[in-house]
Design a protein around this ligand. Sequence first.
Ligand code: NOJ
Length: 513
Amino acid sequence: MMCLLKYWLLFLVLVLVAFADCKSRYNRHEIRKIPDGILFGTATASYQVEGAWDEDGKSENIWDRLTHSKPCPVKNCDTGDIADDSYHQYERDVEMMRELGLDFYRFSLSWSRILPTSFPDKINKKGVQYYNNLIDEMLKYNIQPMVTLYHWDLPQKLQDMGGWTNPHVVDWFTDYARIVFELFGDRVKYWFTINEPREVCYEGYGGANFAPAYNLSGYGDYMCAKNLLVAHAKAYHMYKNEFSRTQGGTVGIAASASWFEPKSEKDAEAAEDARQFEWGLYTNPIFSKNGDFPQVVKDRVAAKSFEQGFFRSRLPEFTPEEVELVKGSSDFLGINHYTSKITYRNASITTFPSPSFYDDIEALYDYDFTWETAASSWLKVVPWGFYKLLTKLRTDYDNPPIYITENGFSTRGGLEDDSRIAYYRQYIDAMLDAIDEGSDVRAYTAWSLMDNFEWRQGYTERFGLYEVDYEDPKRTRTARKSAYVYKEIIRSRQLDYHYEPDTTLPITIDDGQ
Ligand code: NOJ
């Protein structure tokens, strides 16, 4: 008995030591200087904040359709019908950006608000006016607009024709992109074509978590991936050929990328496979030297498809011309990063149906029980995973310019959000480590400016630097403690773990205007 107790104590001490070591790695600096030139901002997305879902000529998109379906698929039957009411409250939104002292604000455009028929035959003047107002208001205060063309809210009509699984989406998207560049490109100099291709394709077409909830894992996700990449590349080249000279902007994509850490040495291959399937599928064709889908993904899906009795791979092939078109089609790599997963392989555990995307990966995921969890169950605090991810992107893709397009932490609400503050400090610290070693990070974006519609979780998971009161028809926004801290990081251009803001004082605008 005593012996057993001894082993338990030893185990406990080892866990505590390991935990303390991880923690200390990311608050070892008293004060850490942030190199000049890195831009700081926050982000949101159209469906998550705008509301006004059927106002002023906007037509239905796939999230309107999903959230209005019965039985309601979202927690508490929440919808984005009103959301943060940003359609009417953009001036307050810009005021908050000024309070924070942001260099830029990343937001997305609602395709069905600008083109209610989905096509360029009819441009909705009122929808365009809203975005003009927002952009002009930001520029008045020297806040750069960073604009995402597509953050998941496809016009429903296009979905009825197969959405991202229909190869014609390439033309639909480039036509929409042309209109957008023509309308706003005189003032917008930072463009992201598509937000999180993995979530668009896997969660929407492979799984059923996001609209349009096709649930066609192992087929729909791969068809979407190919069409999406070609659509992105066509829009990129159109900008370069037709708009770049007069507008002088820069165009990229915003990919989600978690870090996959091997459980043990023998799981190194499983972890690498996970990285290549989960984000390499989208980044390799654009950023690798040879382009195309990652070799391991091509080989694995082809081999499994033949074993399963298919006549060809479930992963569609790029033609040689398409490989060339997609390769290099981004001025920078946008990365949305939140968390890490422990990865391993165990052939005797068959969890996934075959065929399916996860059956193709042949890897299993887990979390380390010492990792702190946010309100979102998938979001564990692992700052060193961010460092490892940035290091790998630097080495694999020949050090591309990187924009951190999202990074953030969820709570259940409340203004005293010390856990969010700790997350931001540790993740920015990890990013600075990668920068010190040569990573070319040019921008950092906190998700999010304010609480918003967190997809299937509705308003139950809060990511905002500002709290939004959803009981209040005015959707009043209030600065959280993290807003004060983020403001100070931007103002002082340094990371100070000991800085304590006085939140009894109102957060004020210091831009001298
Ligand atoms: C990434 C998505 O782009 C964004 O829409 C979402 O709210 C955050 N992740 C948090 O889950």
